[in-house]
Design a protein around this ligand. Structure first.
Ligand SMILES: Cc1cc2nc3c(=O)[nH]c(=O)nc-3n(C[C@H](O)[C@H](O)[C@H](O)COP(=O)(O)OP(=O)(O)OC[C@H]3O[C@@H](n4cnc5c(N)ncnc54)[C@H](O)[C@@H]3O)c2cc1C
Length: 481
């Protein structure tokens, strides 16, 4: 089984660990034989996810909020039992998969229960005829793909965090893999869910054939709910055949707008290259040493389909400069390398990423406006963008910023986020495409959703009237930060 990898190790000395608890909850979990951890190191580890501002805290051995206990249930029934116990003792519960979330969404409030789901680690059933898999929520990416490989199948979901994230986390955040233009976002793959509710019920949703017309989509309530409405314990995903053939292309555009136009034409002609990523001038220089805007194209699958796709790409990019395929090799080599992140934060540089999605007609101006808003923040060194996931009606823009604060790093971080989120709200763009809301974006969710946010509040009141499930995330429930 894959183990979660923490962003950077805690320093040897953990500062101020309080006592575990509360005692009544610990006694009930012991009585039900649910595995728990109460030591400072385990509680400290489960106090954080990959939210970048938490990195220097860890290096200093500081824990902002200590969970009272870490529970590690092994079955759906045990998950349900933990929820019932937490409700009885009025203890907040934070579901945790790989804790690779980057928006401060998998971190419990002080004294809360960290619900570690990584012991739900079984791939339960593979149906090679219908190309379906039923899998427990705590299964990590490599373990899922290893189980599918002998059947010649893949889930096609390869986020940069593939090795450190779980199926339950992917679904809870509506994640997107790097090959999503061909395989789709994970939410497009979900055919069924098993969900534990706060009152102890286990509900089975879907899994009776694709796209049924049997009332509203109840699966959709829990996809993207980030642990605020229930705990996903099993997921049924649709699968694809493993690729037998792949092909690459790379082009250089004079401007980001020209590159976006080419991407739009490619997708709207019906081509679906697995990777179709366009980098602005700053990222093209930084990543590939190129002056201009680099487009990286990779497709895989049936040879005829792949070659036809690459032909469409060549036709629609006719006005741009062809680049050596080595550019794609460079992208493949570097795509999962985040080794610079922790040293930069530890050296006092504030670095983070912000993704959004918007219609094609709005993308060019949105890219300029968000970049300009980030650049205007005092202390900002650089803001850049690339287009990373494309659809017939729009695409995802992925911004990266780095700044050197004069004072508090968190103040610069918050100012940068506020500048970007304000711009997204004003433009009517989505606050996130695949990282989710967590607490980082919760400040702007009600403004972004408008009156429809009340529907979300209504669902919260229905599933979690006491506000115990992941409080603060999506701006729902009382939080202590
Ligand atoms: C280096 C790096 C690269 C990344 N690249 C990508 C990328 O390419 N694409 C992408 O989409 N994301 C990416 N992410 C973000 C992150 O990996 C995803 O959000 C991922 O889906 C989270 O999965 P996880 O198992 O780690 O969930 P966690 O971080 O543990 O949890 C995330 C949220 O989901 C909730 N949750 C987790 N499991 C369950 C469950 N079973 N039931 C209910 N709620 C649950 C948690 O409470 C929390 O709110 C990246 C992160 C890092 C650190």
């Amino acid at each position: 089984m894959t183990e979660p990898v923490a962003p950077i190790p805690f320093s040897e000395v953990l500062v101020d660990p309080p006592a575990a608890g509360p005692a009544g909850l610990l006694a009930e979990l012991a009585e039900r034989r649910i595995p728990v951890a109460t030591g400072p190191r385990e509680r400290a580890e489960h106090a954080r996810d990959w939210w970048p501002p938490a990195i220097p805290e860890a290096a200093a051995g500081r824990v902002a909020r200590w969970p009272g206990v870490v529970a590690r249930p092994r079955t759906s029934d045990e998950v349900a039992a933990v929820l019932v116990a937490c409700r009885r003792h009025h203890v907040p519960v934070t579901p945790q998969g790989g804790r690779s979330g980057v928006v401060d969404g998998a971190t419990p409030p002080t004294g809360g229960l960290a619900l570690d789901l990584t012991a739900l680690d079984h791939v339960l059933e593979v149906d090679p005829v219908s190309q379906l898999v039923r899998v427990e929520a705590g299964v990590f990416g490599p373990d899922l793909e290893r189980a599918l490989e002998p059947h010649g199948l893949t889930a096609g979901h390869f986020p940069q965090s593939f090795e450190i994230s779980t199926v339950g986390g992917w679904v809870s955040c509506r994640g997107a893999g790097q090959y999503s233009t061909r395989y789709g976002k994970v939410e497009e793959r979900v055919r069924g869910l098993r969900v534990a509710l706060l009152d102890g019920r286990l509900v089975e949703l879907g899994a009776r054939g694709p796209h049924p017309a049997t009332g509203p989509d109840l699966i959709g309530l829990f996809v993207g709910a980030e642990g605020t409405l229930g705990v996903i314990t099993e997921v049924t995903l649709s699968l694809s055949r493993r690729a037998r053939h792949d092909a690459f292309a790379a082009r250089l555009f004079a401007t980001f707008d020209e590159g976006l136009e080419a991407c739009r034409r490619i997708i709207q002609r019906g081509a679906r290259p697995a990777v179709l990523r366009l980098y602005d001038e700053s990222e093209s220089r930084r990543t590939f040493g190129l002056e201009g805007c680099a487009l990286v194209v990779l497709d895989e699958g049936d040879e005829g389909l792949v070659e036809a796709t690459l032909e469409v790409v060549a036709e629609e990019c006719a006005g741009s400069e062809p680049l050596d395929e080595a550019v794609v090799a460079t992208w493949l080599e570097r795509r999962n390398d985040v080794s610079a992140l922790a040293p930069l934060w530890s050296a006092g540089v504030v670095v983070d990423t912000i993704e959004t999605v918007a219609p094609w007609g709005a993308l060019g101006s949105l890219a300029r406006d968000v970049r300009a808003a980030l650049e205007a923040v005092p202390g900002m060194i650089v803001a850049s963008v690339h287009q990373s996931h494309a659809y017939e009606d729009g695409a995802c823009l992925y911004f990266t910023f780095a700044g050197r604060p004069g004072g508090d790093p968190r103040a610069l971080h918050r100012a940068a986020w506020d500048a970007a989120l304000d711009t997204l709200v004003s433009a009517g763009a989505a606050l996130s495409h695949h990282h989710g809301v967590g607490r980082q974006r919760a400040t702007h969710l009600a403004r972004s959703m408008g009156p429809s946010y009340e529907l979300l509040r209504g669902l919260k009141a229905l599933f979690d009237p006491e506000g115990l499930l992941n409080p603060g995330v999506l701006g729902l429930g009382e939080d202590d930060r």
